[in-house]
Write a protein that binds this ligand. Sequence first.
Ligand SMILES: [Zn+2]
Length: 112
Amino acid sequence: MLPAVARARIRRSSVLLPLMRRFVLKGVMGVTTPWGVYIDDEVDWESERGRRLIRHELEHVAQFNRYGTLRFMYLYAREYLRNRRAGMMHQQAYYNISYEAEAREAARELTV
Ligand SMILES: [Zn+2]
């Protein structure tokens, strides 16, 4: 049985992402959860930015599938907390999580 995220669909979000921008991470336009990928309503999926954002989120789907949902969430949170303990501020700690770097690289390499 594949993890739930393997069957993830990409959905529009007009609620989740504004809440995340306000309370979790400034500027975030997409998020991958164990139950699906959400892309902000403002993003044009056909634009280069939209395609790279979706590629970024699909890399997170691959990470969920590689490690399993709970293990991936644990590894991701552990890296964030390590970064915080190393003295990084919230945004920097998030940015330096290796899984985020991997997703950024996948998005950068996308040919659009
Ligand atoms: Zn990411």
